[in-house]
Design a protein around this ligand. Structure first.
Ligand SMILES: *Cc1c(COP(=O)(O)O)cnc(C)c1O
Length: 326
């Protein structure tokens, strides 16, 4: 049974729509992880995507659905990180005006990255909530469209295209490990993966501190969590107390959920760097981290896959992590 919300057809349509704007990223076999685990391990290297993360897929699909009138009024996003970059880049490619509302606390290098992609930045207040207030004001008063980070069917369908590609490259997959924050990526990939093979096991992974989706699923409804600094900063933030799309899909399609410590995430980043020569941000290394520490084990000798979802990590922080001993 296909859960309501987003279907395989939506993801297939998204793929055709966004194809001119996104990279079809490679899936590679990890010899080092196969040697450790005794089963094939596939890595979908989305760290190579334009703007350095999969978020370009969902943002592009969402923007390609806008009417001419909506495009003329422009789009707004509220994100310091990968989503902000993705919206800026998609808007640039499609010739749409983009504003990114951010709080005063956002560091200068993140502002510069978003401005370099051509988006206007609006600095308001001292918290993400105040930045959101400004975004909603632009929606109300200037008719701009807010591009959601994860809780929108067109965003979820866009992220799901990464799942389609992975299943094409490695149809034999038995277990799929997905980094989990607001759940757009896991929802989309799970719809694509379970359509290909309903028995495939999908596992969501977050950091121990501030895993909003996993705590919400345990509570039986969306809840707020306290945010803490983490190496997996792209997995931080809430899921929205009025979440409509990503929460039910992740809850219904997720077979298991796993929390990882900072040390385990760091070990995942080191492994990807040393053994695969890949730069992954903390949030992108949780799949490898879970395999290395044994919190996820292969099932019946089946192939395991994960998506290395992004590479946008501060280089000083990265160098520190990868120069430490395991
Ligand atoms: C946003 C993001 C995630 C989590 O995606 P959600 O759709 O919010 O669950 C994982 N990895 C990276 C690199 C991200 O930018």
């Amino acid at each position: 049974m296909q859960p309501s919300g987003v279907t395989l057809q939506d993801i297939l349509a998204a793929r055709r729509r966004i194809a001119p704007y996104v990279l079809r990223t490679p899936t590679i076999a990890s010899a080092s992880l196969e040697a450790r685990l005794g089963v094939p391990v596939a890595l979908k290297v989305e760290a190579l995507q334009h703007t350095g993360s999969f978020k370009l897929r969902g943002a592009t699909n969402r923007m390609l659905h806008l009417s001419e009138e909506d495009r003329a009024r422009g789009v707004v996003a509220c994100s310091t990180g990968n989503h902000g970059r993705a919206v800026a880049e998609a808007a640039r490619r499609l010739g749409v005006r983009a504003k990114v509302a951010l709080s005063e606390l956002v560091p200068e290098n993140k502002l510069a990255a978003i401005r370099a992609l051509g988006a206007e930045t609006i600095i308001v207040g001292k918290s993400q909530d105040e930045a959101f207030e400004e975004a909603y004001r632009l929606v109300r008063e200037e008719g701009m469209t807010l591009i959601d980070t994860f809780d929108h069917p067109q965003v979820i369908a866009g992220q799901g295209t990464a799942g389609l590609e992975l299943l094409e490259d490695a149809p034999e997959i038995d277990t799929l490990l997905v980094p989990l924050s607001g759940g757009g990526l896991m929802a989309g990939m799970a719809v694509a993966a379970k359509a290909a093979n309903p028995k495939l096991r999908v596992i969501g992974l977050s950091m121990e501190c501030g895993a909003a989706m996993i705590e919400s699923i345990r509570a039986g409804k969306p809840v707020q969590v306290r945010e803490e600094a983490s190496l997996a900063d792209s997995l931080g933030g809430g899921i929205g107390l009025d979440n409509r799309w990503s929460y039910p899909l992740v809850r219904d399609l997720g077979d298991d959920f796993v929390l990882l410590s900072e040390e385990e995430i760091a070990a995942g980043m080191r492994h990807l760097y040393r053994e695969e020569r890949l730069v992954a941000e903390g949030g992108a290394a949780v799949g490898v981290a879970a395999l290395l520490c044994g919190k996820v084990e292969p099932r019946n000798g089946g192939t395991v896959a994960t998506i290395v979802s992004g590479c946008n990590v501060d280089m000083n922080a990265f160098t520190q992590v990868v120069s430490q001993a395991d």
